[in-house]
Design a protein around this ligand. Sequence first.
Ligand SMILES: Cc1ncc(COP(=O)(O)O)c(C=O)c1O
Length: 386
Amino acid sequence: MQLSDLINNLPPYHFADAKKKIAERRAAGVDVISLSMGDPDLPAPQSVIDRLCLEIQNTENHRYPEYFGMRALHLAFAAWFKRRFDVRLTPERDMLPLLGSKEGLAYVAAAVLDAGDISLIPDPYYPVYVTGSTSVGAIPYMLPLREQNSYLPDLDSIPADVLAKARLLWLNYPNNPTAACADRAFFEHAVAFAQRHNLVIVHDMAYAEVYFDDYRPMSILQVPGASEVAVELHSLSKTYNMAGFRVGMLVGNAELVNAVGRLKSNIDSGMFRPIQYAAIEALNLPASWLEERNAIYRRRRDLLVEGCNALGMRAHKTTAGLYVWATVPGGYSARDFANWLFDQTGVFLTPGTNFGDAGEGYVRISMTAPEERIATALKRMKEALS
Ligand SMILES: Cc1ncc(COP(=O)(O)O)c(C=O)c1O
């Protein structure tokens, strides 16, 4: 069959390949420890599960859902956003439920970019920023994220001829894969920059609620005037251990939110109502639920950061996000090291280059495994490396 250029130019999704590789190795009897995907191993909150079970019994909920989400979900999200960021969103106007934030990223790209436009993408990046852009014919322009710049893009170094054609700027803090965070000064600069150069900012905040110690990531919408130029994506996947439920939210610039709603309603038919009720339950959880969950991740982070540094894999103590970003030891490329380690130990890490060329020299280690498995992984790594 002759397939489209879009498909022919689309790379396979790394994590789909990774899952296959892990399954094959497990089938061959290897005790694989996957510290690869950011797929929370901890359970969804019990109240969420109970509400889902309750609502699924109501056959009214089996019909087509609302295209743009139930009002009750909008109200719950707006209340959560006000509590969390002290920003007031207007239900229905400023927000759109998504079947996970991943699809929202692709829809935003399609709603903003035309063929030949430039899409400004910090590198390393979450893969959809690139494929969402290229699938509508836009041209990625990479902004390398360097350790010495605290993994923030240097917006002022973008050449004028690139800026003239640029329409979209992607940002993602807390960052995947580097786990870097951005401060208010950076977001203020980015908003002013977007206003000056007529850019749309997409801020991907999938890791908004995984944070440690006293740190609290901020929303770009806390910057005055941000909603003129920016949208932000939220997700219940990492926030409430609900990755399989597929609940995300697009918030911010009302015109763009509306445009994405128009596009999306032409393609899918909304979110299963019992899942929307379950999402409402999650958004109403007390802060103590997050504190307890984040305390678990904090212990895992400490274990991993200390363990990596002891192995000569330099890693910073992160303040947010699900990952540790560590240097590759011994002159290997990121991919060769990850493959070698998997063969030697059954420990599966993600090479930094899966997220772009700027990820060379690093591996991303996910904290989504219990402490004893992380300790076993580190022990195996130590044996292999010595
Ligand atoms: C940076 C980033 N954005 C978005 C997503 C998508 O999350 P979801 O579609 O589960 O909301 C992920 C998932 O790993 C991610 O790492």
